[in-house]
Write a protein that binds this ligand. Structure first.
Ligand SMILES: *[C@@H]1O[C@H](CO)[C@@H](O)[C@H](O)[C@H]1NC(C)=O
Ligand SMILES: *[C@@H]1O[C@H](CO)[C@@H](O)[C@H](O)[C@H]1NC(C)=O
Ligand SMILES: *[C@@H]1O[C@H](CO)[C@@H](O)[C@H](O)[C@H]1NC(C)=O
Length: 515
């Protein structure tokens, strides 16, 4: 009887292998952890155990996962340094900054391995079946997966970064099909909108030669700075646990058994795909909680023509912004007395703002966006805010600050329901023009409504499909059989980039000429 029961149970649970999964994200990685949250919670529905690891400098929100934080209270978080604010407010973000950020992550990881070594090994010694690695800056997390010998999956809080894409032999940036050499394929990395889109190219178009040259430069620079410069710091941080030739980030990506991204397919330009890539990003988080009465009574004011919400994400602190940022925004919104403005800002309410402006250290952004009186969203264009704008069909003005925010803003602008404000031209006239354009032209709202219907039109809900693929991976103990993976992973860059073929023709011509 017992035998029969266990055979039966074994049969029932055959396809429902539950696993213990550790997600490791960047230091104090609230932003990235919340990007992955929807997917992690979906995996919990399939009875997987999900835990979250990061270096914690101060208490954070509840992520709905088991917490395996390394307590770094008392240490300096390099990401919270004034250098970072300077980059966000005053510099054009590029792959060089990206390498600096890997340096920041390495600095903390070095501190962990010097001062919190027991905690590090305690986490590794728990029996994880699979590691999920934040593709950005989770240096000690990479070390954990590497020394555990367990398979690991790459998690991208936005689209696959160009360097990481190249490490994985993806055709979208680099690899053209060897059997079917087409110049169109080969140019892919140049015809893609670069993730670090500079402010001089907010009108990016693949038909412009200079823009394609920039895209190729961005791809190449990202590759060099991630594979060599950023990796140098990682090698140093992990040197005590990964001996010579030390940790290789490109190899770590190459060996990863799967790649999941949070960038919605329907938002991104069409791109080639490999088996081991899936985007679970096209979902909407429901705003089930009703809006707080404090905000509701403010919004429902019958004299109001609509609500404008200003929220710049977790990283941006108005108090640290150069003075002209606050002056410009306050001057312009003080004139919009017909509207109700909700402005998310930390610290005390500054003097001189009108009664139609409500400031708050925390605002229920998603609920406000879903309120039908909300007419405009001013934000930095992080992917989570971008998706909330899409899901609530709210016209936007994005002021991108760093990372891939310019690219996200560009994607929304292309869909016709957003405008991009250049952070190097923050002045009253610019901001006024942008706001009036959106408020006075119904096309922005119409395009937002139209895009939302396309966005959610998926054959299977993406989180379900992602969970299905994840479970399939687990069926094979976290690494698919070799046939599943693209051949380009095993080719040298000379071959994968067709450089050998490109060199052949000139050499042959030279040979003929010299005859
Ligand atoms: C998860 O576990 C619960 C309780 O044991 C069970 O009822 C449910 O069917 C399981 N879900 C899946 C997807 O296996
Ligand atoms: C190569 O690509 C073209 C279209 O770009 C297609 O018509 C052709 O069938 C392909 N050839 C092979 C061998 O796949
Ligand atoms: C907004 O929603 C309220 C109820 O929540 C409804 O009474 C009102 O008609 C809606 N307004 C518009 C313009 O859709």
């Amino acid at each position: 009887m017992i035998f029969l029961t266990s055979v039966l149970l074994g049969f029932l649970f055959q396809n429902v292998k539950t696993a213990r999964i550790l997600l490791t994200v960047m230091d104090q990685g609230r932003s990235h952890a919340t990007s992955f949250n929807a997917f992690m919670h979906r995996l919990q529905q399939d009875n997987h155990t999900t835990a979250l690891e990061f270096a914690k400098f101060h208490p954070d929100i509840d992520f709905g996962m088991e917490e395996k934080f390394v307590d770094m209270d008392g240490f300096q978080n390099p990401f919270a340094s004034p250098d970072f604010d300077k980059i966000a407010f005053e510099e054009d973000y590029s792959f060089i900054h990206q390498a600096v950020a890997y340096g920041f992550g390495s600095e903390t990881c070095n501190n962990i391995l010097n001062h919190k070594r027991e905690k590090f090994f305690e986490i590794v010694s728990e029996d994880w079946d699979l590691y999920l690695s934040d593709s950005l800056f989770a240096v000690c997390g990479y070390g954990m997966a590497e020394i555990s010998g367990k398979p690991h999956v790459m998690m991208h809080s936005t689209d696959l970064e160009s360097a990481q894409g190249s490490f994985k032999g993806f055709s979208r940036y680099i690899y053209s099909k060897i059997q079917n050499i087409s110049f169109e394929n080969f140019r892919n990395y140049a015809t893609f909108v670069p993730s670090n889109l500079p402010f001089t190219m907010l009108d990016f178009s693949v038909s412009k030669y200079s823009h394609r040259v920039w895209a190729a430069y961005d791809w190449f620079g990202s590759y060099i700075f991630t594979a060599i410069v950023g990796n140098f710091a990682q090698k140093w941080a992990l040197r005590s646990i990964i001996p010579f030739p030390y940790f290789s980030f490109s190899e770590y990506n190459r060996k990863s058994s799967f790649t999941f991204t949070d960038m919605p397919d329907s938002l991104f330009p069409p791109a080639s795909r490999t088996n081991d890539f899936f985007s679970f990003g096209a979902y909407c988080k429901s705003s089930s909680k009703p809006l707080d009465s404090e905000f509701l009574s403010f919004i429902d004011d019958p004299k109001s023509k609509g609500t404008i919400i200003i929220a710049f994400g977790t990283f941006i602190d108005w108090r640290k912004a150069p003075d002209h940022y606050y002056e410009t925004f306050s001057t312009v919104i003080n004139q919009l007395t017909d509207y109700r403005v909700i402005w998310s800002m930390k610290g005390d309410r500054p003097l001189g703002l009108g009664n139609h402006v409500k400031t708050s250290g925390w605002v229920p952004q998603n609920q406000i966006l879903h309120h039908n009186k909300t007419v405009l969203f001013l934000s930095h264009g992080g992917l989570k805010s971008t998706k909330e704008a899409i899901c609530s069909a709210t016209p936007t003005i994005f002021v991108p600050m760093f990372g891939e925010q310019t690219r996200n803003s560009w994607l929304i602008k292309e869909k016709g329901f957003g405008r991009i404000m250049n952070k190097f031209q923050i002045n009253v006239r610019e901001l006024e023009t942008h706001i009036r354009e959106v408020l006075d032209h119904p096309s922005y709202q119409q395009n937002a409504n139209k895009f939302l219907t396309h966005y959610m039109d998926q054959p299977i809900p993406t989180l379900d499909e992602g969970a299905f693929r994840f479970n399939k991976l687990l069926k094979y103990y976290g690494k698919m059989p070799a046939y599943f993976y693209p051949k380009s992973l095993d080719l040298s860059y000379i071959t994968a980039l067709n450089l050998d073929l490109l060199i052949l023709l000139p050499v042959f011509s030279l040979y003929l000429v010299s005859k």
